[in-house]
Design a protein around this ligand. Structure first.
Ligand SMILES: [Zn+2]
Length: 476
């Protein structure tokens, strides 16, 4: 009896491994004290000129701060030194803090068939997430399907999960993606958790979630950038990697910023032609396999989408088009009103506050982003969400579940508001979806034409045989 127990214990211990992310450091600079725009630009230029993918620098208009994040404390010391010697910024103006350590759980394929092994409250590997999606489609075939919509540069599958309650007839579609940016781990984890909750809520007769699944069809892509995601947690990788892993550049630098590669005002402000930049926009719009596959999928149901959501981190923001300019889009008021209801729903759960606004107006210009492209092809409501935390990409796993709970309550209130304030949208989309479904007549015509072509084929084969026989007789 003892041996099997040891074997069991051994399997349990070795079946799960953890990658531990080093503690990160964050430096904040109070820009109000500096009050010199050219100096801020010089600081950003100096950090960018280090050309080190281990350092990230961002300007936060909302908190009036410059944020520098790195895994390597030596780099932070170097930056502090150069700020002082080259730009005359005293070290006292900089605040440094340690960020909490995060463990990533990697479950092996060994447990592919066992749902119990997938920890919905952890950061999981790309492979484990895909296995989990397939497991759901096997367990709930009436409600869930999965589809590979394309492959990455490193040949990883880009997998989408569709929650479609077929019994409730034609309904508008909702697209939710996560993980466009590799390092924003909270995003794929939250999309996956929401999938889990929507399915469970439906079967456990949670009225709120059951109503969502009855009225809308959810197309959910937890990891849009699998290569980058894998690189961000692999032993040889970089935790703060942002881009994909495309190596076609002319320099030694790798990767394209997928959220600058969508075909709407591509190569405008906020992207970069510099292949080494963390916001490199790619050689052309949709040059990247990940954005091409996802946009082709969305276009294949054009006219049927109600909402598009892209989950990023961080900052607790609900952002809508436009991203290439600070000029408001024609549906600005509608977008703002729906975003506010989403924010109110989120806040009602744990009192977490999200700020609402157009990308170009409250954040920065970011041409070639997905939410503005989705709006440009006719998706009436389109958003980028910056999930918690307020200050870092490295978020402890205990934030995953509350964030998913908050977002689902947010979506309940968001859809309710649009149903009340913009009822035509729902009706029009249902009509579009109904029109796209094959009718009985279409089915009949299809099978009839199939039959006709089959009959034509057999006639052709008969004629060919006859000719061959005659040919043989003549030339034998
Ligand atoms: Zn992002």
């Amino acid at each position: 009896m003892r041996l099997p127990l040891y074997i069991l214990l051994y399997l349990l211990v070795t079946s799960v491994t953890y990658s531990v992310t080093k503690r990160l450091e964050l430096t904040l600079v109070d820009l109000k004290k500096i009050n010199d725009e050219s100096l801020v630009k010089k600081m950003m230029y100096m950090v960018h000129s280090l050309d080190n993918p281990k350092v990230d620098i961002r300007l936060s208009k909302r908190t009036h701060s410059l944020i520098i994040e790195t895994e390597d404390p030596r780099l932070l010391s170097l930056i502090t030194y150069r700020f002082k010697t080259e730009l005359n910024i005293p070290p006292e103006a900089l605040t440094t803090r340690q960020l909490p350590e995060v463990k990533v759980k990697n479950t092996y394929r060994l447990h592919k068939r066992s749902l119990g092994e997938f920890d919905i409250t952890a950061y999981n590997s790309h492979e484990s997430v895909n296995d989990y999606l397939d497991e759901l489609s096997i367990s709930y075939p009436d409600l869930v399907t999965t589809k590979i919509i394309g492959y990455t540069h490193q040949n990883r599958p880009i997998k989408i999960l569709i929650i479609n309650n077929k019994k409730s007839g034609a309904k508008p579609k909702v697209f939710i993606d996560g993980g466009q940016h590799a390092r924003e781990w909270i995003s794929p984890a939250v999309v996956t958790h929401m999938i889990h909750q929507l399915i469970n809520g439906y079967y456990k007769e949670d009225d709120r979630l059951r109503s969502l699944v009855t009225k809308y069809e959810f197309h959910m892509l937890p990891i849009l950038n699998p290569d980058g995601y894998v690189y961000s947690y692999s032993d040889h990788g970089i935790r703060l990697w942002r881009k994909n892993m495309n190596n076609v550049t002319t320099t030694n630098c790798t990767g394209v910023d997928l959220n600058r590669n969508w075909d709407f005002h591509w190569a405008g402000r906020g992207g970069s032609r510099d292949e080494c930049s963390i916001v490199y926009q790619g050689q052309s719009a949709f040059s990247e396999k990940e954005t091409k596959a996802t946009s082709d999928y969305i276009l294949s149901y054009q006219g049927q989408w109600h909402s598009y959501f892209s989950f990023h981190s961080f900052g607790q923001l609900i952002l809508f088009p436009y991203s290439h300019t600070a000029i408001p889009n024609p549906d600005y008021e509608k977008h703002r009103s729906a975003a506010k209801s989403l924010a109110a729903g989120i806040k009602s759960v744990n009192n977490r506050r999200y700020t609402v606004g157009a990308v170009g107006m409250i954040l920065y210009e970011a041409s070639g982003s997905s939410e503005s492209w989705a709006y440009s092809i006719g998706v009436p409501y389109s958003y980028t969400l910056e999930l918690p935390d307020l200050f870092t990409f490295v978020v402890p796993t205990d934030v995953i579940e509350p964030t998913a709970n908050e977002l689902l309550q947010g979506l309940v209130e968001y859809f309710q508001l649009i149903e009340e304030e913009d009822p035509k949208v729902y009706k029009q989309l249902v009509a579009n979806v109904t029109e796209s479904l094959p009718t009985r007549e279409d089915n009949y015509q299809t099978s009839d034409s199939l039959y006709s072509s089959e009959r034509r084929n057999s006639q052709s084969i008969f004629l060919l045989l006859l000719l061959t026989t005659m040919w043989s007789i003549i030339y034998y």
